[in-house]
Write a protein that binds this ligand. Structure first.
Ligand SMILES: N[C@@H](CCC(=O)N[C@@H](CS)C(=O)NCC(=O)O)C(=O)O
Length: 236
């Protein structure tokens, strides 16, 4: 039995419910960074339509869902904070007494609320909705919204290789996923040079590469299409 560092707690295998390259890539990448054992369950996208039994696990029908014993989480940025604090104190988290603690939390929350959310509107109104419900103007407005909000990342990575604390943290994983999604949306050509270089640095990490390989292999083994969720298009 494995125990948490410095704790007599019994080891409980984590289960991550995931769709290929959806927001659940955040905890998947972080699990690989931490070298923790986990079970990966890959679902077709969107699970609410194509894996209806998943609604019993998560009534929202969304991924990620992280289960660790009685702990159940459905927010990807919170999972990054949880996994880093619980499983890698002083490595991928930022301690409460660190001068960059507030910046760290701000990046974690910004990763989804400010940098991923507008992109989901682009996806929905250019690709996921049927032709008669598509809204090119909404998509264009939120494309611009995202690129404007990216200025915060640009300013940070012009001055340092990672977002905060002078090192790679869970916040880089959370924000990195927003850049990954933007790449699927064809927006990476519009990244400012410092953001493009930062994104290249993140993709070069071995744990990032392993997370890509793991999701691909798990999808094949579990008979789920390996098409990235953001590249999925409704049938017909
Ligand atoms: N804020 C949540 C959003 C979760 C979410 O909406 N996930 C998307 C995939 S990226 C999903 O499962 N969509 C399927 C659906 O809405 O039915 C997070 O960061 O985890």
């Amino acid at each position: 039995m494995m125990s948490l560092e410095g704790s007599p707690e019994k080891f409980v295998m984590m289960t991550l419910y995931h769709c290929v390259s959806a927001r659940s890539f955040r905890p998947l990448w972080l699990l690989e960074e931490l070298g923790l054992p986990y079970s990966l369950k890959v679902l077709p996208f969107p699970p609410r339509a194509l894996a209806r039994s998943f609604l019993q696990e998560n009534p929202l029908g969304t991924v990620p869902l992280l289960v660790e014993g009685d702990t159940r989480m459905t927010e990807s940025a919170a999972m990054c904070q949880y996994l880093a604090a619980r499983h890698s104190p002083d490595r991928l988290d930022v301690a409460v007494n660190d001068p960059d603690f507030a910046a760290y939390l701000n990046w974690l929350h910004m990763s989804d609320a400010t940098l991923t959310f507008p992109q989901t509107l682009v996806l929905r109104y250019t690709h996921f909705e049927p032709a008669e419900r598509q809204q090119p103007q909404v998509a264009e407005d939120y494309r611009r919204w995202f690129l404007a909000r990216l200025k915060a990342v640009d300013r940070a990575v012009q001055q340092q290789p990672y977002l905060c604390a002078g090192r790679f943290t869970a916040a880089d994983v959370a924000v990195g996923y927003a850049l990954m999604l933007a790449t699927h949306l064809g927006l990476s050509a519009q990244f400012p040079p410092a953001v493009a270089a930062y994104w290249t640095r993140l993709q070069q990490r071995q744990a990032f590469q392993r997370a890509l390989a793991q999701q691909h292999q798990a999808a094949l083994e579990q008979g789920v299409p390996a098409t990235p969720a953001p590249d999925t298009r409704p049938a017909g």
